[in-house]
Design a protein around this ligand. Structure first.
Ligand code: C2E
Ligand code: MG
Length: 571
């Protein structure tokens, strides 16, 4: 066997040469390489089986030599000779599973022979350090995690003995969109550390997706479920503290789903699918939450699939109808527009509100064809109104974030408008803050093009999301709609009153119109009038009406004035 000695002094070489020569039955050849980077660079390390690391007094030289060794022969086994194990050498040896430390004063031919045998023993195939590891967090990655879980599930003989926890960071895209990818990466690292601090040492955390983590529970002291519950509560408490990222204190939530092996031999895919389903249900709630998977969830998911099929059929059969809720101008007391709100005339269940189907339509992508139907219907309504002489009335429709994912969205809307001959300023699109934030750049660009088509853009449900005013200002938004959660309490909650006043002032200073939504009482309407809110929409004036009814209402000159009497009576 050819052994290379790296050392400062030839004396050490001589000493070791005689030691190596005394190894019983060994035919080893020792070659000295002076501890000098140029000498090592000229030495073909690949021709040696083993490296002995002797006295190298210069620490810097030592690091450079080690780097050169690695460059030439990444897997060279190294035996370190030291007087006493210094921390640095220890670290080097420990970092390499195939190395060993030999104390000089205990070195005999037998000790050296054994160490050489150990170092040269066929090594188990170990993955390279980067394999199986997520480079950002240093945690186990998805493929390695799947393999581990597969082995654990194959060994599990009793039901409920393995638990899988999935942790999904809510609205993570928003962080990348608002603060950039570097900040997003930093945040993921912080979240990983924080979650890991909530787990016991025997629970390994893995990062299995961009913003998704996983933990496997087995060999629990009590039940897997109770061990898991303790961690869940800790994680929720830990997530409540803000994260310092990009000079901001960011609050983040996680949605967690837990699945158990219900029977022995459960597959990795089924465990992951169950935990994922539970996690998605947890996500529907605000804040950090968790859900344990139950069979009911699968039943509910199947129900959603059936609903999806029904919506698809309903679009074909034109079972949807568009109702309109009037918007009243606070100065002229006239109906200046209306918001189109979709309903489903279900053949057996009656008239269904959007809460029964919009979420499923969005999730399945069916909101795209449904949304085109809504735009088309509103355009038809505009033409019908114009024929009756109401050609100043504006119609608004709600547009969901999913519609912006359709790359033909702007072009298709343009085609509908051209075909229906819709002029500038008659059609309005309402978008929520979340839509603008989630889709970021794509929405920004589409909004500019829609605005060029003459469509007004309004920001719906203002105050419930995360928009930054710097962002709003850069977009072609002409209307802010104050959410009804604020409007409903302007006369009872001082904070909400302050927020509403601030939004009105902000809108005006940005040259935008402001509409208050959900005004139900004369007091609320009076407050909005006094604070110069431009338009009001709400049950106080009218619930959403059929197209025929809103047309009739537009014809009643004194409709608003009659309603306003009670507002004026308040003084
Ligand atoms: P939104 O855009 O915020 O619409 C306003 C909702 O508030 C409507 O509920 C309306 O009926 C209700 N509302 C109006 N005034 C009052 C009031 O004074 N008091 C109370 N309590 N509620 C009031 P609706 O029609 O159930 O619609 C709910 C949501 O469904 C809409 O919220 C919108 O986000 C969505 N939606 C409706 N139509 C469409 C559509 O065509 N496409 C999409 N993507 N979403 C739609
Ligand atoms: Mg709306």
């Amino acid at each position: 066997m050819r052994i290379l000695l790296i050392a400062d002094q030839e004396a050490e070489f001589k000493e070791l040469e005689s030691l190596v020569g005394s190894i019983e039955g060994g035919r080893h050849q020792l070659v000295w390489c002076r501890a000098d980077i140029r000498v090592l660079q000229a030495t073909p390390v690949t021709r040696f089986h083993l490296v002995l690391w002797g006295q190298v007094s210069d620490a810097l030289a030592s690091r450079r030599l080690l780097a050169e060794l690695q460059r030439q022969k990444r897997d060279a086994p190294i035996l370190l000779l030291t007087d006493k194990p210094p921390a640095g050498a220890d670290a080097v040896a420990c970092a390499r599973g195939d190395s060993d430390i030999l104390l000089r004063d205990q070195l005999t031919p037998g000790v050296l022979a054994r160490a050489i045998r150990r170092a040269m023993a066929p090594r188990k195939e170990q993955p390279a350090p980067s394999q199986g590891v997520d480079p950002l967090t240093g945690l186990t990655n998805r493929s390695e995690f799947r393999e581990q879980l597969d082995r654990i599930l194959a060994d599990a003989t009793t039901p409920e003995s393995v638990g899988l926890l999935l942790i999904d960071v809510d609205q993570f895209k928003k962080v990348n969109a608002s603060y950039g990818q570097v900040a997003g990466d930093a945040l993921i690292q912080l979240i990983a550390e924080r979650i890991a601090s909530c787990l016991s040492a025997h629970h390994a955390l893995a990062r299995i997706g961009g913003n998704e983590f996983a933990v496997v529970y087995q060999n629990a002291l009590g039940s897997v479920e109770s061990e898991c519950r303790i961690n869940l509560e800790r994680i929720i408490a830990a997530m409540a503290k803000p994260f310092p990222v990009a000079q901001h204190a960011i609050r983040m939530n996680v949605s967690m789903g837990i699945a158990m092996n219900k029977e022995p031999g459960m597959s990795v895919d089924l465990m992951l699918a169950n935990a994922d389903m539970a996690m998605r249900i947890a996500k529907r709630e605000k804040g950090s939450n968790y859900q344990f998977y139950t069979r009911d969830m699968t039943d509910a998911a199947q129900k959603i699939l059936r609903l999806e099929a029904e919506i698809r059929r309903a679009i074909r059969n034109e079972e949807f109808v568009l109702h309109y809720q009037p918007r009243i101008d606070n100065n002229t007391h006239r109906i200046v527009g209306a918001e189109g709100l979709v309903r489903w005339q279900h053949p057996s269940r009656g008239l269904l509100p959007p809460s029964e189907f919009i979420a499923v339509a969005e999730e399945s992508g069916l909101i795209v064809p449904l949304g085109y139907w809504v735009v088309h219907q509103a355009c038809k309504g505009l033409n019908d109104l114009a024929l009756k002489g109401f050609d100043e009335v504006q119609l608004a429709v709600n547009v969901s974030f999913k519609q912006f994912q359709d790359k033909n969205f702007v072009q298709t809307v343009a085609n509908i408008m051209r075909k229906m001959d819709i002029h500038e300023g008659r059609l309005e699109f309402e978008l929520t803050e979340t839509t603008m934030m989630i889709e970021g750049q794509a929405v920004d660009q589409s909004l500019r093009r829609l605005s060029e088509l003459g469509i007004d853009i309004s920001l719906d449900e203002l105050g419930t999301g995360y928009s930054s005013f710097a962002h709003i200002q850069r977009l072609p938004i002409s209307v802010l709609k104050i959410d009804r959660s604020f409007v409903g309490s302007v006369t009872t909650n001082e904070d909400d009153a302050t927020i509403v006043k601030a939004i009105i002032n902000l809108a005006h200073s940005l040259n935008m119109q402001v509409i208050a939504e959900g005004a139900e009482t004369a007091e609320q309407v009076s407050f909005l009038g006094k604070n110069r809110c431009d338009q009001v929409q709400g049950y106080f004036f009218s619930k959403p009406l059929t197209f025929a009814d809103i047309k009739a209402l537009l014809g009643q000159e004194d409709f608003v004035d009659r309603r306003i009497q009670s507002v004026l009576a308040l003084g």
